[in-house]
Design a protein around this ligand. Sequence first.
Ligand code: ADP
Ligand code: CDP
Ligand code: MG
Length: 210
Amino acid sequence: MSSYGRCYTKEVNGSSLPDKKPTVVFVLGGPGSGKGTQCANIVQHFGYTHLSAGDLLRAEQNSGSENGEMIKNMIKDGQIVPSEVTVKLLLRAMEESGNDKFLIDGFPRNEENRAAFESVTGIEPEFVLFFDCPEEEMEKRVLNRNQGRADDNIESIRKRFKVYTQSSLPVIEYYDSKGKVRKIDASKPVEEVFEAVKEFFTSLDDKVAA
Ligand SMILES: Nc1ncnc2c1ncn2[C@@H]1O[C@H](COP(=O)(O)OP(=O)(O)O)[C@@H](O)[C@H]1O
Ligand SMILES: Nc1ccn([C@@H]2O[C@H](COP(=O)(O)OP(=O)(O)O)[C@@H](O)[C@H]2O)c(=O)n1
Ligand SMILES: [Mg+2]
């Protein structure tokens, strides 16, 4: 195990206090469903730290890391990078943030991601925010995104949709069977989607305050 993982809660809380696990919300949905856009809004209103697994992988790729070439190829091909790499990046970012409330965006994307995060951290998500959006709309958004991403082209997108259906939807179904999924119609305009998102975070704040 890395130097992060289960030690993480002890380090942030100090050794004399019982471990208090951080609050984690997983933000899932297909490519272009609006995860990053809505996370930016949630951060503004609810004080979470936004961690995008894709952004962390792209930063790692550009940092000259020994995994850079592998990450680059896997992203271009729409494949899911091994959890060993991604979980380490997430935990480092959690520690560095100094916060105890996290939106983890685009993760877990397959069963391997899910099981690795759970076994390394022992953290269960508070809930899973699921942006449900038709493929046609997601494709349109990704092709218009204009962020210079190597995987925002029709060939990569087709592969990403396939991986999403085969590997990511089963993770959402797993959490649904545990009653943790909060599903949102992500095909609506940004402001309307955020109105729906807000309700889930307001209820969580009310629950914590009660
Ligand atoms: N509800 C929405 N309606 C229309 N366009 C949207 C909506 N949400 C996001 N977008 C746009 O779609 C693209 C993909 O959004 P993004 O937040 O990057 O999605 P994801 O992180 O799920 O891939 C961006 O260009 C964004 O501005
Ligand atoms: N948990 C994750 C998240 C992203 N990724 C990689 O990063 C790519 C881009 O992820 P992203 O979350 O930034 O993409 P969007 O859903 O925001 O379009 C994915 O297609 C994967 O190749 C991964 O390997 N594992
Ligand atoms: Mg994104």
